[in-house]
Design a protein around this ligand. Structure first.
Ligand code: NAD
Ligand code: UFG
Length: 337
């Protein structure tokens, strides 16, 4: 089976590509490298001893997409390509809508023209806004507080409309919680550009000495230690969820929406402690004011994923921290060779 992986050179895409190759899929990686390096795919190919078809292209370019679909008979698309920085999306909403929403529309148009109507989409727990309770189930009310989150909500709706218009479409919306960790080899991992927005890369860069200290945003939340609680999920578990989704795609009718989380919430301080233990390094921190738009608690009810995909996360917080540390300590400057 031939799978097109948009955004396949990125953090989650590269880990998923690795598993797809190992499982025997033919993989076309399609990425504009706006937030990735081709080095990730070189590492994936070395680790698997298999080749991808690596294409530099943009989902907003009809020409780029036409070329791929004309040259290859693609069975399904895993659609990771998108911009993902929440703060940046507030400053540059049109860029986010153009990339994430218009890009997806182009992709779906070209897919339909070429008779490919199976897609797995990277959605996010951000679509639940500030949930009234936890754990979060797939049928909870949806809302968004920033353009990034709205771009995910819009794309979910667009994909649902596609199925209403044409019952041949098969769509799986995967709502990820907080992906962290790296492949156990330490050769691929998360490589954020500039100052990391997310907790785990910030902790890792502090432990390795690239950042002086972590600012913990808020210690007065209604949580067990006052710091924010999230559902951190190992990126390899997440990647495995995509393989399960691919296997399920042909059997579904319409649109399937699934949370990918562990069901376990950890606070910022829990993560700091676990990381110090895994790395043997100190992570200096200070308490800072709450970050705008943050919520106290967010973790998944993962029961539906187990029921419909036969998937559940296997890797715990120790493995998440150990694997992040291996990647960070072996590649303190990310993919710079
Ligand atoms: P990432 O930035 O590492 O990967 C996204 C990839 O898409 C990058 O390689 C980038 O170069 C590529 N890309 C962006 N715009 C493109 C375009 N117009 N054409 C072609 N390629 C393009 O991010 P990630 O963490 O791997 O996230 C993958 C997907 O999962 C994204 O859609 C993201 O919104 C979603 N997601 C991520 C998280 C998270 O915390 N990492 C959480 C929930 C959802
Ligand atoms: N945090 C800090 N200091 C930092 C960074 C984060 O204290 O320097 C705290 C946050 O306040 C929050 C927790 O660490 O309590 C996690 O923050 P992240 O930025 O790592 O993750 P978020 O839960 O805010 O958001 C992430 C992605 C979103 C996605 C969401 C749900 O960035 O894109 O998970 O999947 F939508």
């Amino acid at each position: 089976m031939k799978i097109l992986v948009t955004g396949g050179a990125g953090y989650i895409g590269s880990h998923t590509t690795l598993l797809l190759l190992n499982a025997g899929y033919d993989v076309i990686v399609f990425d504009n490298f706006s937030n990735a390096s081709a080095e990730s795919i070189r590492q994936v190919e070395a680790l698997t001893d298999k080749k991808t078809i690596l294409i530099e292209g943009d989902i907003r370019s009809r020409k780029d997409l036409e070329e791929v679909f004309s040259n290859h008979k693609i069975d399904a698309v895993i659609h990771f390509a998108g911009l993902k920085a929440v703060g940046e999306s507030v400053e540059q909403p049109l860029r986010y809508y153009e990339n994430n929403v218009c890009g997806t529309v182009q992709l779906c148009e070209v897919m339909a023209e070429h008779g490919c109507r199976q897609i797995v989409f990277s959605s996010s727990a951000t679509v639940y806004g500030d949930p009234h309770t936890t754990p979060i189930k797939e049928d909870f009310p949806l809302s968004a507080t920033n353009p990034y989150g709205r771009s995910k909500l819009f794309v979910e709706e667009i994909l649902k409309d596609l199925y209403i218009s044409d019952a041949e479409w098969k769509v799986i919306l995967l709502r990820y919680f907080n992906p962290v960790g790296a492949h156990e080899s330490g050769r691929i991992g998360e490589d954020p550009s500039g100052i990391p927005n997310n907790l785990m890369p910030f902790i890792a860069q502090t432990a390795v000495g690239k950042r002086e200290k972590l600012s913990i945003f808020g210690n007065d939340y209604d949580t067990h230690d006052g710091t924010g609680v999230r559902d951190y999920i190992h990126v390899v578990d997440l990647a495995e969820g995509h393989l399960k989704a691919l296997e399920k795609l042909p059997d579904i009718k319409g649109v399937l929406t699934v949370n990918l989380g562990t069901g376990q919430g950890y606070s910022v301080l829990d993560m700091v402690k676990a990381f110090e233990k895994a790395s043997g390094k100190k992570v200096p921190y200070v308490f800072a004011p709450r970050r705008n738009g943050d919520i106290a608690k967010c973790y998944a009810d993962p029961a539906y994923a187990k029921k419909v995909l036969g998937w559940e996360a296997k890797r715990g917080i120790e493995e998440m921290c150990e694997d992040t540390w291996r990647w960070q300590s072996q590649n303190p400057n990310g993919y710079t060779y």
